[in-house]
Each structure stands twice: as C-alpha cells, then as structure tokens.
Ligand binder design. Structure first.
Ligand SMILES: Nc1ncnc2c1ncn2[C@@H]1O[C@H](COP(=O)(O)OP(=O)(O)OP(=O)(O)O)[C@@H](O)[C@H]1O
Length: 591
C-alpha cells in the first residue's frame, strides 16, 4: 500500500502574506485525493510543503512517520525518493532530452543496466503517448507534451506517493480524459497514495476518492467524495458548478469584500446583489447527483475502492467543514521584521557556504559540470579582466612613480607598484569581473531553473542541487579567480614596468632591485589567497541569490542585480579584513 501523509496544523506565509493556516488532513494510504481551490489559494505551495521543499512556520507534516518540516535535509532527500511529482510546467531539465529526463531517476537511484532503463523509460513514454518524441529537448515540444513527459518521469520509479500539480492544464479534453484514466490505472496497479491538484471539474468529480478545498487561507472542506460532492456549502458548490456568482470572486484579495455581491446565509446573492440566484441554484443543483467514479481499464476493482468504502461505512471517513467564523476571520497580518529577515538571510548564506564546502568532498563529484563552468566563467571574464588590468596597472605605476619622486624615494617605485598590483589590484579586478560577468550568468541560470521548478524537481528526485550545481559553479569561480589573478598580476606588473621605466624614465635595474629588496614570497601568496576567498564568495553569493529567486522573470532580474551588488560590497569588506590581518601577522621585509 502507498505511503502515509499526515498533516497537522500546517501554516505557511511568505513575509507578511499568509497563504494558509492550520491545515489538518490525512491522505488515506493508497487512495486518490484531489485538492481544489481558486487560483492563488496556495495549492502548489501546499504540495511543496508536503515534500519539504518549502518550510511552513508551524505545524507537522508526517511522511511515513517522519516530519518533513523539521527533518534534516539529508533525511528529506532520502524520503523524497518515495515521491513521484508532476510539477505545474513539467519541470523538465532543459539541457536533457525527453528520454534522458524520464530515465534520470532510474539512473540516479537504481542499479539497473542501461537496457532495463531503456525498457522502462520507453514503456512510460508509450504510456503518456510520447513515443517518437524522446530525442527532443524540452524546449522543442509543446506545453502539454512537457507535462506528459513530466508525468512519465514522476512514475518511472513506481513511487509510493504521487503528487500531481494540475496534470490537466494545457491538455485538450480528450487527453485530459485519457490522463484521468491513466492516473486511476496507475493507482489500481501500484496502490500508490495520490494527491492531485486540479481546476478541472470533470476530473475532480470522477477521479478521486477524497476531495479537499482551499479557500481564503484555510482548508474549507475535506473528506470522502460521496459527501464532498453532495454538499451545499456555498464556496464548494459554486466552485464545483463553475459559477461566476457566489462568494468566490475574481481575486483572493477581493473575495467576499464590499465589492462582491451581498450574500445571504448560504452564500447566495440577496436583493441588490448582482447575478441571477436561479443560475446559482441551478449550478448548485447540478452536482446533487453523485457522479460515477472512473473504473480501471483492466476491469478489476482497485484495492483502494474497497478500503475507502469500508472507511466511509464505518464512519472513519467523515466530512470536515471549517468553522464559518474562521472563514470570516481577516488575514493574519504579521509585520515582517527587517532585522530578523536580514539575520535569516545571512544565516542561510553562511549555511550554503558551509554546505558547499562539505558537498565538495561528497561523491559523486560533478567533474564534467566543473569543467563546463570553469570554461564558461574563464571565457567570459578573461578579456575584460585584461582590458581593465592594463590601465589599472598603469594608473598605479604612474601615481606611485610620481609620489616616490616627490618624497625622494624613487628607488622604491618598483616594489611599491608591484606589491600594490599583486596584493590589491589584481585580486579585486579579477573578482569584480568574475562577479560581474560569470557570477551574474550563474545567478541568472540558477534563478531560471528555480522559477521553472527544475531545482525542486532535482530535490524530489533525491539529487542535492548544492552538490550537483553549486559546488561546480563555486569551484569554477575559485579556479578562474586564481588563474586570472595570476594573469592580471603579470599584465599589471608589465604595465607598471612600462610606465615607470619607459614613460617616466626610471632605470630597469633599480626597478627590479627595489622589488627584490622589499617584497617577499608571502606578499605574492596573499594575492592568490585573496583570489581564492573572493572567487569563493562570488560563486556562493551568485548561487545563493539564484536558488532563492522570487517567482517570475522580474525575480530573476532582481536576484542578478543583488548578486552583483552584494558581491562587490562583500569583496571590499573582506579585502579590508584580510589586508589588515596580513599586515598585522606578516612583518614587512626589513621591518
Ligand atoms: N516562492 C514564493 N515566494 C513568495 N510568494 C510565493 C512563492 N510561491 C508562491 N507564492 C505566493 O503564494 C500564493 C499561492 O501560490 P500558489 O502557486 O500555491 O497558488 P495556486 O493555488 O497553486 O494557484 P494556481 O491555481 O493559479 O496555480 C501566491 O500569492 C503566490 O504569489
């Protein structure tokens, strides 16, 4: 029988926006449950909270007895392997073909040989009608096809718990009917516990054993289909009838507001309210006859059907209806505390940094991804770094050359300009360019994957995105910083030599002699140490912002902007700290 999911008092907010509060329900093992609710009521947020992808601020969510809210991430990654999840847009990995996407969980978590992987993958692709499309990339197929490929991927490991976020959206009516039948047949074969979020009334009426509805930040009703579908609850009956008139309005915020029609005790418009009461009642009456539930194509009854009937007959399964007073409660407005938020984000940033260091030593190591990223970061950074290094080295050389002449210490010009370039200018120039070019691209890439649910899909498949995506990107930034720092130092020093010796008429011998007299090996090493630290910071900041992008393209843009600005600020602060420590700990040569 399928896995168990027991939710108690779950509450989730984003900042001051409460999404839902105190949600309590149990998904009966092996049965199909549908979750309904107007757009924006937090159904997707609920699914993600069940899998521990989002962290509710209160409540318990037990999956096979383990609380997903408080469990360690490593424990959650293991538990998520029990889930098969279809995200709203399919959440296919954009760089892999449809075939590789569907085969991915099998390759990641089973020891099956490639021929067996192929057999299972092709069978699932056949099941969702995608044979012949397997070599295409997700960007080359339609939205509905992506959805079906996502469904095939979610089923490929025969999961104990299947969560589907609007499996019908983007599908034509025939394919929606086929998909409903497919989900039912999968349930009949595997006895998996299933939760399906849908807006499709026909699917909601004929597929599930149980239904629940979210509305105005709470679970308004939850229970067996026999009781749910016959209710005259105004919100539920309006939704199930798809009626424009009733308590549900156009948006979550104005529902039931003064702009909405005046409603009687049952939620029907009273005199002066807009809309036709007869239509509402007709709509409500339309669901008074219990529709027939779908039957498995095999003709054999599902194991869940009998268990469900027993639960209903014994009274174990009964309809939960939320308190009306609770429904009328105004949204709980929690004022966001900017200090607590800043501390939270700082803590999360350091946690990602530590996790990145730990994950660097975990196997398997994403060596191919590291090479790709290193090549990418270096190729976008080296030309701007060189172009900045030449005038930067020249300005330092000219300024120091002029100054040393003024104070009669021109014999130290070489040492002063080389040390300024190697210790200060080179690491800073290198990392500013890496953060601006490479870091911005890393943040945009991870941000786009986040808003397309690819990162969450990876977590559900039990792959740690820090190990798979963040480690190679951060290491690529570190390696590119070390390499470019060396190049920028050489270019800067040569530029200094050119301007001091050729332009300002200094002697080559004095330039080099002053350098060897005053500089020491640690002076050169500290430049590379700075490059390592700055490269690490640029990579972690870009990854942190990318993984914590707010929804939508605007969110990605904001993240990229913040990533660059925060890296610059951090860089100058850390440079100050490292330089001060170095000057305290390493006495200058001859001092
Ligand atoms: N990561 C996030 N950060 C901030 N707000 C979010 C985030 N994810 C969702 N929200 C907000 O939570 C609310 C509920 O979103 P959700 O996608 O769960 O709604 P839904 O019921 O699934 O809607 P639909 O039926 O239209 O898909 C929305 O107001 C949304 O803007």
């Amino acid at each position: 029988m399928g896995g168990t999911v027991e939710v108690t008092g779950l509450t989730k907010s984003f900042g001051s926006q409460n999404i839902w509060s105190d949600v309590t329900l149990t998904l009966p093992p092996g049965e199909i449950t549908a979750l309904l609710g107007p757009s924006g009521t937090g159904k997707s947020v609920f699914l993600k909270s069940l899998m521990g992808l989002l962290r509710p601020e209160a409540g318990v969510c037990l999956v096979n007895g383990v609380d997903m809210v408080t469990a360690k991430e490593s424990h959650r990654l293991e538990l998520r392997k029990k889930f098969g999840v279809l995200f709203q847009d399919g959440a296919l990995f954009g760089s892999m073909s449809v075939y590789d996407n569907v085969a991915f969980p099998l390759r990641a978590h089973t020891r099956k040989g490639e021929s067996e992987v192929r057999e299972i993958t092709m069978q699932k692709l056949d099941m969702v009608g995608l044979l012949g499309q397997e070599h295409k990339l997700p960007g080359e197929i339609s939205g509905g096809m992506r959805k079906r490929a996502g469904l095939a991927r979610s089923l490929v490991t025969d999961p104990e718990i299947i969560l589907c976020d609007e499996p019908d959206s983007g599908l034509d009516p025939v394919r929606t009917a086929n998909l409903a039948q497919l989900l039912l047949d999968v349930n009949a074969q595997t006895d998996a516990t299933m939760l399906v979020v849908t807006h499709n009334i026909e699917l909601a009426r004929t597929l599930p054993d149980n239904l629940g509805m979210l509305y105005r930040r709470q679970l308004v009703m939850y229970g067996p289909r026999e009781q749910f579908l016959l209710t005259d609850h105004p919100v539920v009956s309006q939704f199930m009838a798809g009626d424009p008139v009733g308590p549900i309005g156009m948006s979550e915020e104005v529902d039931h507001s003064s702009n909405a029609p005046l409603l009687d005790d049952y939620g029907y418009p009273v005199d002066g309210g807009s809309g036709a009461p007869s239509m509402v009642r007709a709509g409500a009456r339309a669901i008074e006859v219990l529709p027939r539930q779908l039957l498995p194509a095999s003709g054999r009854p599902r194991p869940a059907t009998e268990r469900h009937a027993r639960r209903v007959a014994s009274g174990d399964a009964s309809l939960y209806v939320a308190d009306d007073e609770e429904a009328d409660r105004p949204p709980a407005l929690t004022r966001p505390d900017p200090l607590a938020r800043a501390l939270d984000q700082t803590g999360a940033f350091f946690a990602l940094g530590l996790d990145t260091i730990r994950a660097t030593f975990r196997r398997p190591f994403a060596a191919r991804e590291l090479l790709d990223q290193f090549w990418f970061v270096t190729s976008v950074s080296w030309i701007p770094a060189m172009l900045i290094a030449i005038p930067f080295g020249a300005v330092i050389a000219l300024q120091l050359g002029t100054l040393t002449v003024q104070v009669g210490a021109q014999s130290f010009t070489g040492a002063a300009s080389v040390l300024a370039v190697v210790q200060q200018a080179a690491p800073i120039v290198t990392t500013l360019v890496i953060a601006g070019a490479g870091g911005a691209a890393i943040c945009a890439d991870l941000g786009s994957r986040t808003i397309r649910d690819e990162i969450d899909a990876m977590r559900v498949i039990g792959i740690d995105p820090v190990q798979r995506l963040v480690v190679p990107r951060v290491l690529a930034c570190v390696l590119a910083a070390v390499l470019l720092n060396g190049l920028v130092s050489v270019v800067g020093v040569l530029g200094g030599y050119f301007f001091n010796v050729v332009v300002q008429g200094g002697t080559p011998g004095a330039y080099l002699a002053s350098f060897t007299a005053l500089a020491q090996i640690p002076d050169l090493v500290v430049g590379e140490i700075k490059a390592v630290i700055f490269g690490f910071l640029a990579g972690v900041v870009a990854s942190y912002r990318g993984l914590n992008t707010r929804p939508g393209p605007k969110g990605v843009g904001e993240s990229v902007n913040q990533s660059v600005v925060v890296t610059f600020l951090l860089l100058f602060f850390v440079n100050f700290v490292v330089t001060t420590l170095y000057l305290q700990l390493v006495p200058g040569k001859g001092a």
